[in-house]
Design a protein. Sequence first.
Length: 558
Amino acid sequence: MKRKIQKQENYIYNIKNLISAFIIKMKLLPIQLTPIQPGNTRNNDAPLHSPSSPATSTLLGQTSNGNANGIDHRLSLFNHSELIWRYGPLTFSSAAPPTYPPLDFKNHLPTNLGKHSFGVLILYVKFYNGNLYEKYSFRTCDPRLWNKEDVLGFLRWCEIEFDLPHFDVDLFQMNGKALCLLTKQDLGERCPGAGDLLYNVLRWLIRDGYSAGQHLPQSPVTPHFPITSPWCLPIPPTQEYSHVTSAPTTLHNSVTLSPAPSIDSQSGSPKQPDQSTSSAFSALPNGYRNGTNNSGSNQSDSEVDDSAENIHSPVSIPLASSTSSPPYSPRSLPKSSSNQIFFPSSENSSSSEPNTNGRLLWDFLQQLLNDSMQRYTNYITWKNRESGVFKIVDPPGLAKLWGIQKNHLSMNYDKMSRALRYYYRVNILRKVQGERHCYQFLRNPSELKSIKNISLLRQQMSPSLNHTKVKHEPLEENVDEDMGPTDLSMNQNSGSRLQSPAVIKENVDRFQFPQDLSISPMHLQVNMETRETFTRDNLSNSSNSMPPQIQIKIEDTS
DNA sequence: AACCCGGAAGGAGG
DNA sequence: ACCTCCTTCCGGGT
């Protein structure tokens, strides 16, 4: 019996990671996690994707006919543990108050929003032993639809997600629409050091959020901003899960992972998540620590390692396969001499060096190339790190990443390569003749960063440059002595808050089920066909019909 | 067709 | 107003 409970707990644990990943993938803003009671058997032949399914009201936790207890009977239709994702417009009316005590949508969702502009994703979890159901609801994350409490919840999420100093909430007594009208400067004044970040996040949410008529980005390089809300961080399993059926009150308390962002002003603000709990699931982006505040303070004797780690340590809610260990625990970087040429360390860094933080193209490329976890090798990779020769593996993809970084979404390889060619004349880059998409760095990053004005490089020819210029076999070259350890720690003290390449890529690639979801002995099936319906088009067009649905089925194969 | 090159104009931000 | 660092567009070459 204990083993079964333990298994179930592990299952919950993994499911929550899955949820987090899914939230990221679909850019949903989790607002609530509420337990529901296990359903009684009731025949419901309506297919999950049927427009005629009466599921909507049930999904919203409202009482429907023949369902006086607010129980979702459909759950009992399935023989195995299942996750059922649904997405659709919120269609409840004020005349039908929810009778589902834990799921008070009326108080949690702004009722003055157009019903077509809103969506709720609900997750039902059923264990085939019948002991537990859970229900998760998520709201879409178009910031323009946020109310004041949403805004505050978002800010708290940002505080944690990006390790920002506490915002002065008094300066953000506004709804999402007002928040979105703030300029970068406005945001910077309200939250010094994080204005850029907030601005970029909001712009991104607006641009790629659930705007009507827009498609969900399909490109593998499209960033999915990590809506890994702290209030939805999974919690370690507790034995309370085994009592959920018989004790609804306990269930309510125990299954609520962490406080939902309260939209009910009476209930106050969402609490901060328990860091000790969340740390195993979500590594805060150390690389985005407040630059001025943390300058040097989080540097230790393992400075080199940490600096490199932190730069590319985005928010992570790892999938089940990676929950057993801290996702970004400090570890040593390769220290072979071959890695030290273009693999920056912080040793040479000084606070006087300008911090480009990926804003400059060469810097951006360096960060991708030198990612300690090698997450960008599908975009760009070293051909010879010693000589600085690299190859753009995926030109359009890389260009898109760059465009995202610079907020020029029409960026393509043609334009980006033009920028690269401008580096020729300033001796930052040169083309590797005869090899497509191959370029060579002629300066190492610390050298470049030490030069405040890149254009000075036009006159300033380094010995290494002279050396490499005359040779046409860059792959065979050795670098000069002055091409010492370079500096990757430039982000560490950055005041800039542009999204790092690591974050972009991480957000894109994090969600890779089912391969990455190793819920043993569970087997995950994803109905890709139904997932296809999860588009903005469908979101906007299906407002009067059954919401598109996504079904994730987990079967116990043991 | 894709890639590569560099001129020209202009924009955003400092 | 000026500068840097691109971005955008383009004609031409390989």
